[in-house]
Ligand binder design. Structure first.
Ligand code: F6R
Length: 604
């Protein structure tokens, strides 16, 4: 989620790494920093954007540097929390992308051993652990430190005690080495180094590399790895999009990782429970809550609606969902057992914020599910959970929706286990959450089929989306996404509502996308599909793998893997996101920036 750039060679390192950092800025990072070695270290950190910096760094010379742009996950957006992080003596410097799951425990131990911490970040424990093990050889100390870390990392480390090198390591967080002549770069993203070199090596999980001016070596578990140098043939624009044509597709392809990032370190498998650090301080208050208001706008509102079903089914809590712009002008009936949860990717949506402030005014406990750390919503709610979905650039929200659903599922387990949910049920849900990323990857593996369906249906100008129960809000999300990016008219309805009006519009010119996984409302959905077929409407069914009978009724079928009913939205939304994307692509729309829309709606 953060950006890393490092350089070692014979040139001045700083201009090279700063140019790389600037190229990463399109993702909207919140702070940055760098460290250059030249005898003494030169460390600099700042809030904001590197491109807005007016300091002159011409005097900062040195052939070894690491730098970082931060997208906050652990710890607010402050200068202290910006990277690089250092040890007690300011001799070891670390930039890190990822999450150290066990950082609290490690931090307590290190404090007990006399280490002094300067930031709230998980990354700083890595610097102190390396300090603990350092005795002249940086890579040896990094290896020992990493043995104690649980979580994910892409990291680059330098030290005044072993100054001619950068040590880099990767575990589930992308990192590449740029290969030049007597110089090497490290970056989290090819776009940061592509103008400097196109020769790259992709590091694999568990690998540690040592980069020096004279050469590099890569190790995995003490054995040297033989790696291929690859040549990148993308242009800079493609590189920013990870090789995809649009950010929207890149972000849809990240949806499995979004689930992984949301659940990382938060599931307690043996207890069938979850731990949500951001709710710790309100844990006791939450025990007394029996009515939860769920408020958001657009896609975030649909996530709320899925959350309402989850909470009712599994947490014995009455949920009530509304959109921010309506809720803020209502007179909701609340009491001391009511809490309100606000869901927002940006944490800056004016209508959601206004509704939240209204609830605060009434003394109601306010919670937030937010992606952007340090956003207004995150700061003003009493407590909350970050979705950790990373920067979302495309205006249409895709991976953030999946992150919100994963977070709501965890919240359901958390509140459910405080109430009547058994350990067996809790275990079933959390273990399925662990499986979900791979199931999501299976769907993405079939994206060509969805592309072909979009091609087949590109001439239609009206679509209907139907679903029931958990997949009713997903039908709304599918319709919103389609109209938003492809400008094709689409409406979402509960399956049971078709006969109360919409059927009047169904004919051979208006196809229906029916979300009908094999769940508790499957038979009812089949009845709805038959209603559509009886009016000559075409049907694209989203069904559970192995359901062959659906092929006899539907014109086209998109399969999704089987999962728990409450978690199906996390899978069924993926093909709908892809369908909207491919329809927009085939119609030649401005996919990442649809007309008339803004990413963050900060006005009423
Ligand atoms: C739809 C979309 C919008 C947002 C809505 C709320 O694709 O992007 O409907 O979901 O504007 O935004 P956040 O989540 O930032 O509050």
């Amino acid at each position: 989620m953060c950006g890393i750039v490092g350089y070692v060679g014979s040139k001045d390192a700083l201009p090279i790494v700063l140019a790389g950092l600037k190229r990463l800025e399109y993702r909207g990072y919140d702070s940055y920093g760098f460290c250059v070695l030249n005898g003494k270290p030169f460390l600099f950190k700042q809030i904001g954007k590197i491109s807005e910096n007016s300091d002159n760094f011409d005097h900062v010379k040195g052939n070894v540097a690491i730098s970082h742009t931060r997208w906050a996950t652990t710890g607010e957006v402050t200068k202290e929390n910006a990277h690089p992080h250092s040890d007690c003596k300011e001799e070891i410097f670390v930039v890190h992308n990822g999450i150290v799951e066990n950082y609290k425990e490690l931090k307590n131990n290190l404090i007990g051993e006399g280490h002094v911490f300067k930031s709230e970040t998980d990354t700083e424990v890595i610097a102190h652990l390396i300090e603990k093990y350092f005795s002249g050889n940086l890579e040896e100390a990094v290896k020992k430190a990493l043995k104690e870390i649980r979580g994910t990392y892409g990291l680059a480390v330098i030290s005044t005690g072993d100054p001619e090198k950068i040590v880099v390591a990767r575990m589930s967080s992308p990192l590449i080495i740029g290969v030049g002549v007597d110089e090497f770069l490290v970056a989290s993203d090819p776009s940061a180094i592509i103008t400097h070199t196109r020769q790259i090596i992709n590091l694999d999980d568990g690998e540690i590399a040592v980069l020096k001016k004279a050469g590099f070596s890569i190790f995995k578990e003490e054995k040297e790895s033989q790696k291929q140098i690859e040549t990148i043939d993308w242009d800079i624009e493609q590189a920013e999009k990870g090789g995809y044509d649009h950010f929207m597709l890149k972000e849809i392809m990240e949806e499995p990782n979004t689930i992984e990032d949301a659940i990382r370190g938060r599931l307690i498998l043996e207890d069938g429970n979850v731990k949500l650090g951001g709710l710790f301080q309100v844990e006791e208050k939450l025990r007394g809550i029996n009515n939860l208001l769920l408020i958001g706008c657009g896609t975030a509102h649909y996530a709320c609606a899925v959350g309402e079903y989850m909470l009712e089914d599994y947490a014995s809590i009455a949920g009530e969902t509304d959109i921010g712009s309506e809720f803020r002008y209502r007179k909701p009936i609340v009491n001391k057992n009511t809490a309100a949860i606000f869901v927002s990717q940006s944490g800056e949506t004016a209508d959601t914020l206004a509704a939240m402030r209204e609830m605060k005014e009434k003394g109601i406990l306010t919670l937030g599910i937010t992606n952007v750390v340090g956003s207004s919503q995150a700061r003003e709610t009493d407590a909350g959970v970050y979705t950790r979905s990373g920067p979302e650039i495309a205006v249409a929200s895709t991976k953030a929706f999946i992150g919100q659903l994963a977070t709501l599922a965890m919240l359901t387990v958390y509140l459910g286990r405080q109430r009547e949910m058994s350990v067996v049920t809790g275990k079933r849900i959390v273990s399925e959450l662990v499986n979900l990323p791979n199931l999501a990857r299976e769907i993405l593996g079939h994206r060509e089929e969805i592309k072909n369906i979009a091609e087949k249906y590109k001439k239609y100008r009206d679509f209907w989306f139907i679903g029931r129960k958990y997949n009713y809000p997903v039908a709304l999300e599918g319709a919103l996404k389609l109209k938003e990016v492809s400008y094709v008219h689409a409406e979402g309805t509960a399956g049971g509502e078709l006969k109360h009006g919409p059927l009047a519009l169904i004919d051979e010119n208006c196809p229906t996308i029916a979300i009908c996984p094999s769940d508790s409302v499957y038979e009812k959905m089949i009845a709805n599909i038959e209603e559509v077929k009886a009016r000559k409407g075409k049907v694209i069914a989203l069904a559970t793998e192995g359901n062959e009978e659906i092929k006899n009724i539907a014109d086209d079928v998109i399969y999704i893997p089987k999962t728990l009913e409450m978690l199906t939205p996390l899978l069924s939304a993926i093909p709908l996101h892809l369908f909207a994307y491919y329809m927009a692509a085939v119609l030649g729309r401005n996919i990442d920036k649809p007309k008339n829309l803004a990413k963050s709606v900060t006005v009423e």
